[in-house]
Design a protein around this ligand. Structure first.
Ligand code: Q9C
Ligand code: ZN
Length: 328
């Protein structure tokens, strides 16, 4: 399996964030990526590939220019004025610190996902039915993550919505896309971006009640042309492997398979892990293997996009297990 990866994603490294009024070490750290890379490197099936720079256009298909310019210039402007104006104009919480390196890493994170999406598309277009066995899967190992970023709002460690950007690439040529968001948190940014659209189908399983607090209800089903194409499955904190897999299986049968998509994008967060510091259902490392197997049963060319996961001791094996489950 190809893994798109770049060290430039490590540069964004804010020192602190504020959670519940307390100043703590920034949890969305570069070590997360390093740990995952180390683990995947130890297994023979993963090939690391560097992204190609595809420029701003794919990013601008999701995010307006004024927001992109804000991300590019806010840090310098803040330093220049001695800091008293508009620093939070496009921020919805205190987890999206903008440092001198943030734009560079967020841009690179998007380029990792764009390159992975283009590679998957190319592979599928060049393959005959026969060659689709084994099922093509590609992993975009990127940070900062994306699913909380709205078109012009950063939040929840996210600046650019990587899953949405890659959706717009895979949607080209009248293709249909499903986004399956298995991060612990509801992907409010992704939901909002596509709320009025029937393509992609957005499906999210997430812990509730929890961040981002005001979205993720089952009653949010999309609007207009998008009605029926947004599916939220809120889960209580005591959800274990069996319960989770049962709900995932149900949504695959009832919503994902009947949609008849051409591509699957998995917003892959492993903050559902039982000991995660900020998320945490009761999912075990073994559970991630079963999740991967179930995702494979959807039987679509699949782009895995890295989102959250904060338990550094197991983040590698948990991500690895989803991918291994898919690849078996
Ligand atoms: N009381 C992702 O997993 N702050 N983002 C949490 C907890 C933000 C998580 C506060 C959590 C965002 C991509
Ligand atoms: Zn999360």
């Amino acid at each position: 399996m190809k893994v798109f990866y770049s060290n430039v994603c490590l540069k964004h490294a804010p020192k602190h964030e504020i959670i519940s009024g307390n100043l703590i070490d920034y949890l969305e750290s570069p070590s997360r990526l390093i740990k995952i890379k180390e683990y995947l490197d130890s297994l023979p099936i993963f090939d690391f590939v560097s992204p190609i720079d595809n420029g701003l256009d794919p990013i601008l298909s999701v995010h307006p220019k004024d927001y992109v310019e804000y991300l590019q210039t806010a840090y310098d402007e803040w330093v220049n004025i001695g800091g008293n104006k508009d620093a939070g104009l496009y921020c919805s919480d205190l987890s999206c610190c903008i440092t001198k390196d943030t734009w560079e890493s967020a841009y690179e994170s998007a380029q990792v996902v764009i390159s992975a999406a283009l590679e998957l598309k190319r592979f599928v277009e060049e393959s005959s039915e026969k060659e689709m066995n084994p099922l093509p899967g590609i992993f975009a190992l990127c940070r900062p993550p994306g699913h909380h970023a709205n078109s012009n709002v950063c939040s929840g460690y996210c600046f650019l919505n990587n899953a949405a950007i890659s959706t717009n690439i895979l949607k080209k040529d009248n293709k249909k896309v499903v986004i399956l968001d298995i991060d612990y948190h509801h992907g409010n940014g992704t939901q909002d971006i596509f709320y009025l659209s029937s393509n992609p189908l957005y499906v999210s399983l997430h812990g509730s009640p929890d961040y981002p607090w005001f979205t993720g209800n089952e009653s949010e089903k999309g609007e207009g042309e998008g009605e029926g194409f947004n599916v939220n499955i809120p889960l209580s904190k005591d959800t274990d492997d069996d319960e989770y897999l049962k709900k995932l299986k149900k949504v695959i049968y009832e919503n994902i398979n009947p949609y008849n998509a051409d591509y699957l994008i998995v917003s892959l967060g492993v903050d559902t892990y039982k000991d995660d510091i900020i998320g945490g259902l009761q999912i075990t490392s073994e559970g991630y293997k079963r999740m991967g197997e179930l995702i494979k049963s959807i039987n679509l060319p699949t782009l895995f996009v890295m989102e959250g996961g904060y338990h550094l001791e197991t983040i590698g094996i948990n991500v690895g297990n989803v991918l291994l489950g898919f690849n078996t």
